[in-house]
Design a protein around this ligand. Structure first.
Ligand SMILES: NC(=O)c1ccc[n+]([C@@H]2O[C@H](COP(=O)([O-])OP(=O)(O)OC[C@H]3O[C@@H](n4cnc5c(N)ncnc54)[C@H](OP(=O)(O)O)[C@@H]3O)[C@@H](O)[C@H]2O)c1
Length: 311
């Protein structure tokens, strides 16, 4: 199959591209800069086409000759010039319309648990608006809504790990720590999308997916500390107190320790059925503690470098 991946340079896109190429698909990536591979390793053979989801006129060329589109582009926090509305909502509408106009029927939309166009939370609202645009199309769509995704390049567990290493003695835990997540390993996510592309039964279906455990935010932080072989006192700080701090960090740091979308996720349930992946896709996903075991070597110098690097 010839597959266009939007967001191929990102965390999910880079893993998905490798998985799809390994399954014999021809992969094309929509990219904003001709020379930037981002997280995508040099040994993954893909074709690049320039385009920006906020500029519909750049999208038809990317669609030419494709059998399917996997739309991954989204932002987890807003910056000047890049809004949830422009990228997560209207950007998705633009990509779905371009696919439809080009006759590319098969469309996989990567959404998120709790996405809802009526959500009071801006990130989740924009992801829900993106879903609505895809459902309103004439495409053979499938929407997949994962809980938080983890892997060597994620900006959730790794951001926490980085700042746990850098911060001496005590670490601020945003909120009461009781928000529940169901972390899913990135390779399991890629496997799910590969299967969706191959299975017509998934057309016009929305799948909520997560790993094999419901874990509170506090338990995840503790499991990361265990993997890091470090001890920190966790200080619970109410979300309203942390919100301005995190918004400020988003403005100045290339990789903030937490994002406004994470603050939103702390207010909603980020879980689904424990056997969701097994039930819909027939395999058992891996556990959080197992997939973060690579964190056992995380020197202070590396954490510091990564926290302030724009790479
Ligand atoms: N990561 C998670 O835990 C998680 C959980 C649930 C759902 N999701 C969903 O999974 C999808 C992928 O997430 P991710 O973690 O891989 O994100 P990511 O690492 O931040 O990657 C985002 C990608 O979007 C591209 N992009 C941003 N703005 C663009 C624009 N205007 N035009 C074209 N490309 C643009 C980026 O390209 P550049 O290289 O040019 O910046 C990058 O390739 C998103 O839809 C997200 O909502 C992620």
């Amino acid at each position: 199959m010839k597959i266009l991946i939007t967001g191929i340079t990102g965390f999910v896109g880079s893993h998905l591209a490798r998985a799809l190429v390994a399954h014999g698909h021809a992969v094309r990536g929509l990219v904003r800069k001709s020379n930037a591979r981002g997280h995508l390793a040099a040994d993954v053979p893909v074709e690049f086409v320039m385009g920006d989801v906020t500029r519909p006129e750049t999208l038809p060329a990317a669609m030419q000759g494709m059998d399917a589109v996997v739309h991954l582009v989204a932002i987890a926090y807003e910056t000047r010039g890049a809004t949830y509305q422009a990228i997560n909502a209207q950007g998705t509408r633009n990509v779905a319309q371009a696919a439809q106009a080009a006759g590319v029927k098969r469309f996989i939309q990567q959404s998120a648990l709790a996405a809802d166009s009526k959500s009071p939370y801006a990130y989740l609202k924009s992801k829900g608006a993106g879903e609505d645009a895809v459902r309103a199309s004439n495409l053979d769509w499938t929407i997949v809504r994962p809980s938080v995704l983890v892997g060597p390049e994620d900006e959730f567990a790794n951001a926490l790990a980085r700042w746990l290493v850098i911060t001496p003695l005590a670490f601020p835990l945003v909120g009461d720590g009781q928000a529940r997540f169901q972390p899913l390993w990135i390779e399991d996510m890629a496997r799910i999308v590969s299967q969706i592309l191959n299975e017509p039964r998934t057309i016009q279906q929305t799948y909520k997916v997560g790993g094999p455990e419901h874990l509170t935010y506090e338990v995840m932080v503790k499991q990361i500390l265990f993997a890091l072989r470090r001890k920190r006192v966790l200080l619970k700080v109410p979300v309203p107190l942390m919100t301005p701090v995190i918004k400020g960090m988003e403005m100045v740091l290339p990789k903030p320790p937490a994002t406004t979308s994470l603050l939103e996720l702390l207010n909603v349930d980020n879980t689904t059925e424990l056997d969701a992946v097994e039930k819909h896709f027939g395999f058992a996903p891996r556990r959080f503690a197992e997939v973060i075991s690579y964190m056992n070597r995380y020197p202070f110098s590396k954490a510091l470098r990564e926290a302030f690097s724009r790479e």
